[in-house]
Design a binder for this molecule. Structure first.
Ligand code: CP
Length: 331
């Protein structure tokens, strides 16, 4: 494995090996496995979990890490091609990224969607332009349409629940004041399909996941024995659900149109997940969310603080899952 940028590209067999390695590293720590190795982390967008869990995981394997957040103590980085650099950015990624890569053994990059043009973001234009400049093992820390580290950790968290193989996972849209990217919903639906689950994407009209995302998930489900459906019917979707994975994302009908997106999402504030939402789900239905989450906007306190929630376990599992990725890429 040279890169960890997409769970689909890694493939089911290697994902299962990574999960086994994550469990092994939890049971039998290897504090010298990556001694002398350096992880470089470039965050074009903010983070709490990804940043801290990668640094902690690398340290627990005996390695070191550095973090670059352009504009916060380091030069701002220009990503556009062919521009006259007479603005705030002092350095272009064409020089900055190969320089950073030359200091480390593995590099992680976070570069969110631009959120202007859906086709551009679906093509991973921004992340791919940066990835092409790194001739070292590379990890996707969240791109426009993918968050493989979150998906791997979530797979581990679901394994720990010991549910039936074809458990029902409902990926439910929940409100947020702004249009958030599609990376986590796209990665989640694909991960659950690859895992062989019965996946239901529950969202209001105007928030359907893009056809290429759904088509890829359906292909993965066909290969693993699972299924993928999409609906706006909350009662039908939640009936018998073993997991409700809550996530906020922007309107795909009005992608890049902030005002139209705001009008549409404003009409769906009642999609905030409350205990009553679980009335039709299995008695032990679990709540998942990648975090960060806006309390009482996306999910009510009563659910986040209740026994259904495994959101903190998901956050913890980022670390052992990513330690397995680092171990496989470097040792
Ligand atoms: N879930 C996740 O990636 O969290 P951060 O944005 O805090 O890294």
């Amino acid at each position: 494995m040279k890169r960890f940028t997409d769970l689909a590209e890694v493939g089911r067999e290697q994902v299962l090996e990574l999960l086994a390695l994550a469990r092994r590293l939890e049971a039998q720590p290897e504090p010298r496995a990556l001694a002398g190795k350096v992880l470089g982390l470039l965050f074009m967008n903010p983070s709490l979990r990804t940043l801290a869990s990668f640094q902690a995981g690398m340290a627990r394997l005996g390695g070191a890490s550095f973090v670059i957040t352009p504009g916060q103590g380091t030069w701002q980085l220009e990503t556009r091609e062919g521009v006259v650099m007479n603005g705030a950015a002092a350095e272009h990624i064409r020089e900055g990224l190969p320089t950073l890569a030359s200091y480390c053994d593995v590099m992680g990059i976070r570069a969110f969607a631009e959120g202007k043009d859906l086709a551009t973001d679906l093509a991973e234009t921004r992340f791919n332009a940066m990835a092409a400049l790194v001739q070292k093992p590379l990890i996707n820390l969240e791109s426009a349409m993918n968050h493989p580290c979150q998906a791997l950790a979530d797979w581990k968290s679901i394994d720990e629940l010991a549910l039936p193989q074809r458990a029902r996972l409902v990926l439910s849209w929940v409100p947020h004041p702004r249009a958030l990217p599609l990376a986590v919903p796209a990665a989640t639906v694909h991960m659950a399909a690859m895992r062989g689950m019965d996946v239901v994407v529950l969202r209001p009209e105007g928030f359907a996941l893009p056809a290429p995302v759904m088509d890829a998930a359906r292909s993965a489900a066909a290969a693993s024995g699972g299924s993928v459906q999409e609906t706006a019917d909350r009662a039908a979707a939640l009936a018998g659900a073993h997991i409700v994975y809550a996530k906020e994302w922007g309107s795909t009908t009005h992608y890049g149109d902030k005002a139209a997106d705001q009008r549409l999402r404003g009409a769906h504030q009642d999609w905030c997940l409350r205990n009553v939402s679980f009335a039709r789900s299995a008695a032990d239905c679990h709540l998942m969310h990648c975090l960060p989450v806006r309390r009482n906007c996306a999910i009510a306190d009563e659910v986040l603080d209740g026994p259904r929630s495994i959101v903190l376990r998901q956050a913890y599992n980022r670390m052992p899952a990513q330690m397995a990725v680092l171990h496989r890429l470097l040792s």
